[in-house]
Design a protein around this ligand. Structure first.
Ligand SMILES: [Mg+2]
Length: 410
């Protein structure tokens, strides 16, 4: 089996409403690049990367000379062909490598007629549990606003009823910390017996991180995720707060993982199949975490069904996955895979059992959302549609005003 072609297609898939975060917002849609890697035996493997547009599509096409004739079974060689660590200082292709690794694993699985999890050691679970992943949201066409504690609790209740979540993650860093603390406490009060996690995307000062962490110590926390920036910032908070700390920002490669093992800053490492350069590096990192008794969970960088499948196969094979995974997935209105969105059942999504990643592109949906991308284009992830001219600093002190209700549709 040899690679003969690589195709990349940018799509925009609508969200229920614009999602707010500490750096800006997802402006009502996710923009993703779908990658198709074709082999000489007629198979097509699927990959996915965040962002898109002409430059992303061209970046994948530019790798065809590197990969033409490459055997998808040679996944370890792929790493050095595309992202040799020294060359990466110049060309930084980790996320491209990840999408290509997904496609190669998909191809190998399809070729052998086995699911990707069987290539990674075999499944330990048939479904991966997920957290509710709650965002503050702008209204869009008069619907979907989440700004007040009451709106947040109502939204979490709807998601819990619909999907069966028993873990709730609040994405914060949008409003002043005391206001978000009130929101977090409202969730704790509304869902006794459920577990909680809070993630302000590293935007708090160490002093505010300590204050927030101390204030939630008595609640049923999974962990406090990236309250502040940096390994040293996390370490300063961890020394004085009795809540486990998690990160998806400053332990995203093996050098940083080594630092965190030698001088612990985070207790839980959130593994992202894109940030780490593929599914296999996440499995390797989870092995290191198992040895050093660090927790692991599965991070979400805003996926459609192809990347979600990589998260499910990863979650299936990790013995030390003791926390629910995160997914933005339920915030989407649709997906690009056959059958539409994968369903949650009792707060979990079944690990696909078909060959490879176990998902296939729905041509009609891909065409529709490629057209939507052409109409609407990209969006600045690090800007806020409701606050023109604003940009985030770290630590941030210029938080959004929770009394302001905006509809940012159109
Ligand atoms: Mg995070």
């Amino acid at each position: 089996m040899k690679i003969v072609d690589i195709r990349a297609t940018t799509v925009a898939v609508p969200l229920e409403a614009p999602l707010r975060h500490s750096n800006g917002a997802h402006w009502g849609r996710f923009v993703r690049t779908l990658v198709e890697v074709e082999t000489d035996n007629g198979l097509v493997g699927l990959g996915e990367m965040g962002g898109g547009g002409e430059s992303a599509e061209a970046a994948f096409r530019a790798l065809l000379p590197y990969l033409k004739g490459h055997d998808p079974f040679q996944v370890e060689a792929l790493r050095f062909k595309i992202a040799n660590p020294t060359a990466s200082l110049y060309n930084n292709r980790t996320q491209l490598l990840a999408a290509l690794e997904f496609a190669c694993l998909d191809l190998v699985g399809r070729h052998l007629g086995v699911p990707v999890c069987d290539l990674l050691g075999g499944r330990l679970r048939d479904a991966v549990p997920f957290a509710s992943y709650l965002f503050f949201r702008y209204a869009s066409d008069g619907h979907g606003e989440i700004r007040t504690p009451d709106q947040l609790v109502a939204h979490a209740g709807e998601l819990k009823a619909a999907h069966g979540f028993t873990v709730h993650k609040l994405k914060g860093g949008v409003f002043p910390p005391d206001y978000e603390l009130e929101c977090y406490r409202a969730l704790a009060a509304a869902f006794p017996g459920d577990r909680l996690r809070y993630d302000p995307n590293a935007v708090l000062s160490v002093a505010e991180g300590l204050r927030f962490g101390k204030a939630i110590e008595a609640l049923d926390n999974d962990y406090l995720e990236d309250p502040v920036w940096g390994l040293e910032g996390l370490r300063a908070v961890r020394e004085r707060v009795n809540v486990p700390l998690a990160t998806n920002t400053v332990v995203v490669n093996f050098e940083q993982l080594a630092s965190n093992v030698l001088r612990r800053a985070a207790d839980v490492v959130l593994l992202d199949t894109t940030f780490w350069g593929g599914v296999r590096p996440c499995v390797k990192a989870a092995g290191v975490c198992e040895t050093f008794q660090l927790g692991v969970a599965v991070h979400s960088s805003g996926e459609l069904g192809v990347q979600l499948a990589t998260m499910l196969h990863l979650g299936a094979v990790l013995p030390n996955l003791t926390y629910a995974a995160d997914a933005h997935y339920h915030q989407l209105r649709d997906d690009v895979i056959e059958g539409g969105k994968l369903a949650y059942r009792d707060g979990a999504i079944a690990v696909p059992s078909g060959p490879g990643l176990g998902v296939r592109l729905d041509r009609e949906r891909v065409a529709r959302y490629a057209e939507l991308y052409k109409e609407t284009g990209g969006y600045p992830y690090d800007r806020d549609p409701g606050r023109p001219g604003w940009y985030a600093t770290v630590p941030n002190e210029r938080f959004a005003d929770p009394s302001v209700s905006l509809d940012v549709s159109g």
